[in-house]
Design a protein around this ligand. Sequence first.
Ligand code: GTP
Ligand code: MG
Length: 218
Amino acid sequence: MNLSVHQKKEKTFKILVLGDVGTGKTSFIRQYVSQKFFINYKATIGSDFAIKDLDWDENLRIKLQLWDIAGQERFSCMTRVYYRGAVGAFVVFDVSRAATFEGVEKWKEDLDSKLLLPTGEPIPAILLCNKCDQSSIIKKGKIEKLCHDLGFVSCHETSAKDNVGIDEAIKVLISKILQTEESLLTTLSGVHVPIQEEPKKNSTNCCACHLPRSKKET
Ligand code: GTP
Ligand code: MG
């Protein structure tokens, strides 16, 4: 049954956008929220946030709070405050700068050490390989391995400049958040939750990476 506009359910999701300095976090958010891109770099200080209202389906409206955490914040002790209440995260690196790929692990560890679901599991997080309009110096196999090893939901190539992959990455994260919320409700209400099957050993994908097929080989 479709609910009328006034009866639509509303949810607010706080989503963190993390990653090293200059990887394109602000640009990613700005492109998604206002379809704008600026070539000039202006460092974010502390944190900032943007809101986007989204009609998810005919029965649900989502208010996305996208928290833009300054890359330089990894070296401060403020992240715990910024992370509070978040239900999902993006960790961004720049495919043209290897040092930012090295930074991914630190960001994910920082996130998982400061914020967990009531079940003790990490909150859903997606890895963004940003600036894919430029040539990548990181091998696809390395990205997929890191994505799997660090427990990311998936990894996606994005370009905040050309508006590539952004909508898809957001959709995948929201779907995962809704799914997590659903299973948390079931768990917390004491209903038996079936244990998920282990992924097949010979599966060709190490994780749900959304990298283009042709580029997957290293
Ligand atoms: P901090 O606030 O310092 O943490 O940086 P940030 O991650 O918010 O990076 P920002 O969005 O400010 O982008 C840094 C620089 O990269 C800017 O000059 C942007 O124009 C550029 N940039 C961002 N995304 C892309 C992209 O997808 N492609 C290209 N070519 N340049 C990008
Ligand atoms: Mg910024």
